[in-house]
Design a protein around this ligand. Structure first.
Ligand code: AOF
Ligand code: ZN
Length: 326
């Protein structure tokens, strides 16, 4: 038997399995609970065009869904998109109670899902486990609220904040586990942006190699990429960053990974356009002749210190990943 918070954690675990294949749709998880709080079935969002999490869970529960509680990370949809409205499937299944993590800011839903359920006599409980769900769905929620991608800045630095040593080389500051994790971060992103300097220096492939599968997020180069770079095909953009984010948002990029180098990442940080830093730290020292992770941030006084919010600490082999909202 689990309580509603525990059931929402199970729904989040189901949602995590949909993280790579659901975009540009949200990665949602759902569980069906019986009267005693036993999990009867779980479901997660299929790739676009496939069933939403609620429908997957209800199908798995079958007739046992009648009178049951459906726990779902995101407000069920009330519109006909690529699939019929989930609220109708919930009603038809005879679900007695729906427990929701966060409401859906998508203008086609935006409260209509919950209103429809209440009007149909289904009990609705909102906001269960909301902070953790909002964190899991941050990229989706940001995209639907602002039209822009959620921007993650990635850094792999030494303990003294350097991303390359004096001779300019940076392979490999962090170990295998951290690098594998960074590939996962790439796969979760629909676009990866690097500065033209990074293309010149490292010519990164910017693909995500995860086990058998290779993900190829849209590649974006800030500035003029050298003609010979392997990084093509890519979007080359320069100028104001805001309009670049608008353009990427319109291309259904929910999450943009800014991979460097230091000037590019600093430009995003200074413009206040980074939502989260994924900061890998290796227990190594490069010395002051190295290349600092960030350049050009003017913080002459304690008042100007850029203080973020630590949201996660993950040990990856000998390295650590710090997730910081800035
Ligand atoms: C999903 N999976 O589990 C939930 C979604 O065009 P469609 O039919 O694919 O619908 C996409 C919208 O449906 C999406 O933006 C969101 O507002 C809503 N909910 N979508 O793909 C799900 N619950
Ligand atoms: Zn739906």
């Amino acid at each position: 038997m689990i309580d509603l918070e525990g059931a929402m954690a199970a729904a989040r675990a189901a949602a995590a399995t949909a993280r790579l294949d659901a975009p540009p749709n949200p990665w949602v998880g759902a569980v069906v609970l019986d009267d005693l709080g036993e999990v009867l079935a779980t479901g997660a969002t299929a790739a676009p065009g496939g069933p939403h999490a609620e429908v997957a869970a209800l199908r798995a529960a079958g007739a046992r869904a009648r009178g049951a509680t459906l726990v779902v990370t995101l407000e069920p949809c009330a519109h006909t998109g690529r699939t019929p409205p989930c609220v109708e499937a919930i009603e038809a299944a005879g679900v007695a109670r729906v427990v929701v993590g966060v409401t859906d800011p998508d203008p086609r839903v935006a409260g209509r899902g919950l209103a429809h359920l209440r009007a149909a006599g289904v009990e609705v409980v909102e906001g269960v486990g909301a902070p953790a769900v909002a964190d899991q769905l941050a990229a989706y929620l940001t995209h639907r609220r602002t039209g822009r991608p959620y921007v993650v800045g990635k850094v792999a630095a030494t303990l003294d904040g350097m991303v390359a040593v004096a001779d300019g080389t940076s392979q490999w500051i962090t170990g295998e586990a951290a690098r594998a994790d960074a590939h996962r971060l790439r796969a979760e992103s629909q676009a990866i942006l690097v500065g033209a300097g990074t293309v010149r220096a490292d010519d990164p492939r910017l693909t995500a190699r995860l086990g058998e599968r290779t993900y190829e997020p849209l590649r974006v180069v800030l500035g003029a990429a050298p003609a010979a770079a392997r990084v093509r095909p890519c979007l080359e953009r320069s100028g104001e960053l805001g309009p670049i984010l608008d353009e990427l948002g319109a291309l259904d990029v929910l999450q943009l990974l800014v991979e460097g180098g230091p000037r590019t990442l600093s430009a995003f940080v200074e413009a206040g356009l980074v939502d989260r830093l994924a900061w890998y730290v290796a227990p190594a020292l490069a010395g002051p002749a190295g290349l600092p992770a960030l350049v050009g941030l003017a913080t002459p006084t304690m008042e100007s210190l850029r203080r973020g919010r630590l949201v996660a600490v993950t040990r990856l082999g000998e390295d650590v990943r710090l997730d910081v909202e800035v």
